[in-house]
Design a binder for this molecule. Structure first.
Ligand code: FUL
Length: 693
């Protein structure tokens, strides 16, 4: 036989062979998720519920000495909580079974500091039982937050506390059915009641809990669970380094299995990490985690919540959105309304996948096998995927929309069972015969959603420009989401001039000054206007092109600051503290020690019953005050201490700190900074204000 024919036959057989050989699925690349992590990731969106004794003391953290007699919700209704979460599109609920104060929402055998000694249901109640039953009724998964830090326990900080901690963990993981996630908060150690010792206790949260054996116990009791742990041992999930509702645009579901995890690793993951530790974005529907009456008007708007959605679920994370439970035991109507409108907007935004089952051409298909073809990325089946040959790490897929189509969102998902691969990609649109770049981005992971101005195009090209291994894309979506107008921001400067602004381009603002809801018949905003003294401003943004309005922005301004003077400070930049601009900040330094005093002279005497402190919004700034004393005076000589304590959790959640006290006469106020988050001698202030109503 002619040797060339022989070569041809050999080549043909090899090509067939290689074809069949290539049609094997790609091998997993790098760390991959466990089945538990995959089940958790598929949930995408679930609720946090914060409820404890400090619900009744208007604190962020309880000290551990709060009286259990405070716990007597007359309308506690776990079914209301579960109904709202279900209707909001959430897949589960994680409840603070025990927060830092140590009060247990279940009748734990191991402490008296629980519902069994509370007036609620005459001590016969079990809130975790009721939560578990309600979750079952509404088809929601149940998770538990068990604070490793216990400011009530006399044994916290001693070896015997670990037995107590594990006993409570066993109660929660044994008696209430399947638990999908256990949450070990990273705030751990500090001052507390500790059985009456009233002292400061510190522990090493990486070693004190013997996490290796604690995890083994957890997984034995709950084989399907995922463990969230901030600062302890590596859990199954990681914090994202902020509570403000976003993870990094680049977000690898990978960490190093050992060693420190600084902010940038929490926030962006580690591209070549050797452990699969995906990101959970936790944030509250209000500024704070627990219920505070003054936040009823501060519930996050739908546009803000949509930003959170894109910055969490849209960036390869999950979204754990918190509802604070009110003292009466219910979720506030404002929170319910916001959550349901948020769910409706998400549903509208992704109702129609314009790419589904359209014609799609790929630059490379693994083994030219249909089962790895481009159609597998738009078949709405997350278990099929488009894959390229092993040698191909750059590839593109062009979707033919059939006719000029309007869209403003692009979504992609990797088949993460085989690992996370894509490092860079871009999205282009074919309009009027030309390819126009719409967006570029880095990681994809479980899910990435890109936003861009509404575009009309006949084709969309998704190009992976770099990846760690051959790309494996399970799903692509193209959507035309409704354009949302952000609620306007309302600010007032020291001279009493109000400005109304927004990040959107072009809307018209309408506002009211009497607390009524603004309409297009209200005052139209053209330039900053004077509105000094106590006034309530509400404003909407209106888009004449669509006839749509935003939700109302809302600010209640207190007494005029026009005559306020910062006493004893000769730095003119200090006026940033009272300029009404939350993004300006001024720092005061002690001479190598605390406390540091800030004294303000109102110029005349007012009846004051509270104060507000907004820390430097830069999370890395030193000078965020944690412990403080607050004084008033009528003559700057004789001072009266009217409030003191801690701005708990201020580092992770640097929102307005609001404290109320009995009404007193004051011409002067003094905020004494006792301690800050950096344990140095700096006090930083974005704004300081008083409450007189
Ligand atoms: C933080 C806590 O200190 C807050 O109170 C809240 O529970 C938040 C979810 O975690 O570390």
């Amino acid at each position: 036989m002619n040797r060339f024919i022989l070569y041809g036959i050999i080549l043909f057989v090899c090509s067939i062979g290689s074809c069949f050989a290539q049609t094997k699925a790609p091998a997993p690349f790098g760390p991959v998720p466990t089945e538990n992590q995959l089940r958790w990731q598929d949930m995408e969106y679930y609720a946090f519920l914060h409820y404890s004794l400090n619900t009744y003391t208007n604190q962020s953290w309880g000290f551990g000495s709060e009286d259990v007699k405070l716990f007597n919700p007359e309308k506690a209704d776990c079914r209301q909580w579960a109904r709202i979460c279900k209707e909001a599109g959430m897949k589960g609920i994680i409840i603070t079974a025990k927060h830092h104060c140590g009060f247990c929402l279940w009748p734990s055998k191991y402490t008296e500091y629980s519902v069994k000694n509370a007036p609620w249901k005459n001590g016969k109640g079990d809130m975790i039982r009721e939560m578990a039953d309600a979750c079952k009724e509404y088809g929601l998964k149940l998770g538990v937050y068990l604070s490793p830090w216990d400011r009530n326990s006399k044994d916290y900080g001693k070896p015997e506390y670990i037995t107590y901690f594990r006993n409570q963990l066993t109660e929660l993981l044994t008696n209430y059915g399947e638990i999908f996630e256990v949450w070990f908060d990273g705030a751990n150690g500090g001052d507390g009641y500790y059985g009456g010792a009233n002292e400061t206790r510190k522990i090493d949260r990486t070693t004190y809990y013997d996490w290796k054996n604690t995890y083994a116990m957890i997984r034995k009791l709950q084989p399907n669970i995922v463990i969230w742990n901030d600062g302890g041992d590596r859990g199954d999930l990681r914090w994202v380094g902020t509570e403000e509702g976003y993870v990094g645009e680049t977000n690898w579901s990978l960490l190093n299995a050992t060693g420190d995890v600084p902010y940038n690793m929490l926030h962006y993951g580690v591209e070549n990490g050797n452990a699969w530790v995906p990101a959970e974005v936790n944030t509250s529907i209000r500024p704070e985690w627990f219920y505070h009456p003054n936040e009823d008007s501060k519930v996050k708007t739908v546009p803000f919540l949509m930003e959170t959605y894109y910055n969490s679920i849209g960036r390869n994370g999950s979204l754990l959105l918190n509802f604070p439970i009110m003292p009466n035991g219910l979720i506030h109507p404002n929170d319910e309304k916001a959550a349901l409108e948020f769910a409706k907007t998400v549903k509208e935004s992704f109702a129609t996948n314009l790419a589904e089952k359209k014609k799609a051409d790929a630059s490379n298909i693994r083994g030219n096998a249909k089962k790895f073809g481009s159609a597998m990325a738009i078949d709405n089946d997350k278990d099929t995927y488009w894959a390229t040959d092993d040698s191909i790490i750059k590839a593109s897929l062009t979707i033919d929309l059939g006719k000029p189509t309007l869209f403003n969102r692009f979504m992609a998902q990797e088949y993460i069972r085989l690992g996370q691969r894509v490092k860079f990609f871009k999205v282009e649109a074919l309009t009027d015969g030309n390819w126009k770049e719409l967006a570029t981005a880095t990681t994809i992971g479980y899910k990435r959603i890109l936003r861009f101005p509404s575009t009309k195009a006949t084709k969309v090209r998704f190009s992976i420009t770099d990846s760690k291994s051959c790309p494996v894309i399970s799903n692509i979506g193209i959507y035309n989401a409704p354009v949302l107008l952000n609620a306007p921001s309302i600010a007032r400067n020291q001279s009493g001039e109000v400005t109304i602004t927004t990040n959107d381009i072009g809307p018209i603002f309408y506002y009211t000054l009497d607390g009524s809801e603004p309409t297009t018949k209200s005052n139209i905003y053209t330039i900053p206007f004077p509105a000094d003294g106590k006034v309530e401003v509400k404003a909407i943004a209106y888009d004449p092109a669509t006839g749509k309005s935003s939700q109302a922005g809302h600010e209640k301004f207190d007494i005029s600051k026009k005559d306020w003077v910062l006493v004893g400070i000769n730095d003119e930049k200090a006026s940033k503290i009272i300029d009404g601009n939350t993004s300006t900040v001024w720092h005061q330094r002690g001479n190598k020690k605390m406390p540091i005093d800030l004294v303000i002279d109102f110029g005349k005497t007012y009846k004051v019953n509270g104060f507000k402190y907004l820390p430097d919004q830069n999370r890395w700034s030193s000078g965020m005050i944690t412990n403080y004393e607050f004084y008033v005076s009528e003559d700057n000589l004789e001072w009266k201490l009217v409030n003191e304590g801690e701005f708990s959790n201020i580092k992770n959640n640097p929102v307005w700190q609001i404290r109320n006290f009995s009404q007193v006469n004051a011409r002067y106020i003094k905020l004494k900074a006792i301690k800050n988050t950096s344990n140095n001698d700096v006090a930083g202030y974005a704004e300081v204000d008083v409450i007189t109503n």
